[in-house]
Design a protein around this ligand. Structure first.
Ligand SMILES: CC(C)(COP(=O)(O)OP(=O)(O)OC[C@H]1O[C@@H](n2cnc3c(N)ncnc32)[C@H](O)[C@@H]1OP(=O)(O)O)[C@@H](O)C(=O)NCCC(=O)NCCS
Length: 162
């Protein structure tokens, strides 16, 4: 008899960092790679907590460095599972700089795909995602990104084969 797949809500994982000079270019802007490392770690923690499994990043989609982050900024990174497949999870990550007055400015966003593994490091099923009203927009965005990534992968395969 097959087991029923559990359903659960995703929590927001939150991570704060202070930007140091060794993370910046000579103009004082934070390096994209350093921002992405923080996003990847925070998103991995969100995926791990949701699936209760070890996870690996498979792809990063729709990375947008919309606003610069500067040395000395307090930055807040949030990550949340917004869509699931069978063994895969798409996590939306956003990085905000604290601009004072209790306000945050979103600077970077991305959607990261993770796969959950069992103890033999084989992809393993994750719970179904129970969407809350606040997840709905991000879930719709994740589905658009997933579809366009699949179409792009197919086209790239055809070019490579041809
Ligand atoms: C993750 C990995 C095991 C997937 O291998 P694979 O042979 O494609 O595995 P499967 O075909 O069983 O696919 C597993 C899942 O990955 C998803 N996946 C695989 N390639 C993908 C891609 N390019 N984009 C999005 N999802 C992808 C599949 O859709 C599937 O999801 P589903 O179960 O929800 O349908 C393999 O690519 C890997 O080990 N990569 C290295 C990961 C890593 O080292 N990351 C950096 C450090 S964390």
């Amino acid at each position: 008899m097959s087991e029923t797949r559990p359903t659960k809500q995703a929590e927001v994982m939150v991570n704060w960092n202070l930007v140091f000079p060794n993370q910046a270019n000579p103009s004082g802007n934070m390096f994209g790679g350093d921002v992405m490392a923080i996003m990847d770690t925070t998103a991995a923690m969100a995926a791990k907590r949701f699936s209760e499994r070890e996870v690996s990043t498979v792809t990063v989609e729709a990375v947008h460095f919309a606003k610069p982050i500067m040395v000395g900024d307090n930055i807040k990174t949030t990550a949340r599972v917004v869509a699931v497949g069978n063994s895969s999870m798409m996590v939306k990550a956003d990085v905000y700089r604290d601009i004072g007055g209790n306000k945050l400015m979103r600077c970077v966003s991305a959607f990261l795909n993770f796969v959950a593994f069992d103890y033999q490091r084989q992809p393993t099923q994750v719970p179904l995602l129970e969407l809350t009203p606040e997840d709905e927009k991000a879930h719709k965005m994740a589905l658009v990104i997933k579809k366009s990534a699949e179409e792009r992968a197919e086209l790239l395969k055809q070019i490579e084969a041809g």
